[in-house]
Design a protein around this ligand. Structure first.
Ligand code: 13P
Ligand code: SF4
Length: 308
């Protein structure tokens, strides 16, 4: 089948099934181009909650589809491939979290959205990279915070808030490679550029980076906003490089340099147009979080949504 035919058939099936396609900024460009909504983790969760569609085809990774299932249990949530993982979600187990809580009975558990539904079920407050700061700042000052699973995002939030935070020890394999040295090197190489850094990056919480006036830490949606609104012409992008597809679409006359062009998330690249078509045609692969886990996990997501 030709690409054009595949796209036509995807559009037809979407109408027939009252389906929408949600894609993350790290998804393959051709998948982003046919999506009804492209967003960061928070934006995608909001879309899953607000859509009138009966079917949501989620082109991201598994934990994102699970989050959609927790938020919208009456909708059919599909993913184009059977399982697209995430090194963060796989870095924390519900059992481990339970033990951590037992050791710290007065601690409040704040979990990054990059977690399994089971981990969310043991969580007090969920957060994404766009609202982690706000969520932590909203918690009672006398409470210790158990933050997981991303040690880099956790360390960044701890530096910014000065809160008493114990961190789980996991990291995203892509952002772990974006070190302080790599960031400092780009500052020298591109003296006119702003450096837009995802806080999952290993270098995002070092003093050299935190105090540099050309370094800015943002979620993927925040990176896009900064690039859109800035008068600068050159930006180094310190996150998964597929975000450049959207940056180029939105901005003409600006230059975007990926800090590490080959440092990609293979989980996010699993789905192409063919997999999207097959998912709609065959109603696969359905993601459904069991009701008992869903109820508990929803609590932490709703608390996050209420904070912002
Ligand atoms: P955000 O889209 O929330 O910035 O998170 C990035 C990410 O790593 C998603 O897997
Ligand atoms: Fe997970 Fe990192 Fe891939 Fe995002 S980029 S899905 S955090 S492994």
């Amino acid at each position: 089948m030709q690409t054009k035919e595949i796209i036509r058939e995807i559009e037809r099936l979407k109408k027939e099934k009252n389906a929408i396609i949600l894609a993350h900024y790290y998804a393959r460009p051709e998948v982003q181009d046919i999506a009804d909504y492209i967003g960061d983790s928070l934006g995608l969760s909001r879309q899953a909650a607000e859509t009138q569609a009966d079917v949501i085809l989620f082109c991201g990774v598994h934990f994102m589809a699970e989050t959609a299932s927790i938020i919208s249990p009456d909708k059919t949530i599909l993913t184009p491939t059977e399982y697209a993982g995430c090194s963060l979600a796989e870095g924390a187990s519900a059992k481990g979290l339970q033990k951590w809580k037992e050791k710290n009975p007065d601690g409040l558990v704040v979990s990054y959205v990059n977690t399994t539904a089971e981990v969310k079920a043991w969580t007090d407050y969920c957060c994404t990279s766009s609202n982690a700061l706000k969520v932590v700042e909203s918690l009672p000052k006398d409470k210790k915070i158990l933050f997981g699973p991303d040690r880099n995002l956790g360390a960044y939030i701890r530096e910014k808030t000065g809160r008493d935070m114990e961190l789980w020890d996991a990291a995203c394999f892509v952002h772990e490679r974006i070190s302080t040295e790599a960031i400092l090197e780009t500052l020298e190489l591109y003296p006119d550029a702003d450096i837009l850094i995802h806080p999952e990056s290993a270098g995002a919480h070092s003093q050299e980076v935190l105090t540099n006036e050309r370094c800015f830490m943002y979620s993927t949606a925040g990176i896009l906003k900064h690039a859109r609104e800035s008068d600068k012409k050159q930006f180094v992008i310190a996150t998964e490089p597929e975000i450049l597809h959207f940056l180029h679409k939105e901005n003409t006359g600006k230059t975007f340099i990926p800090i590490q062009p080959e440092n990609r998330c293979f989980h996010m690249k699993q789905s192409g147009l063919w997999e999207v078509l097959e998912a709609l045609r065959l109603n696969r692969y359905e993601v459904k979080v069991p009701a008992d886990i869903r109820e508990k996990a929803l609590f932490s997501i709703e608390r996050m949504m209420a904070i912002g």
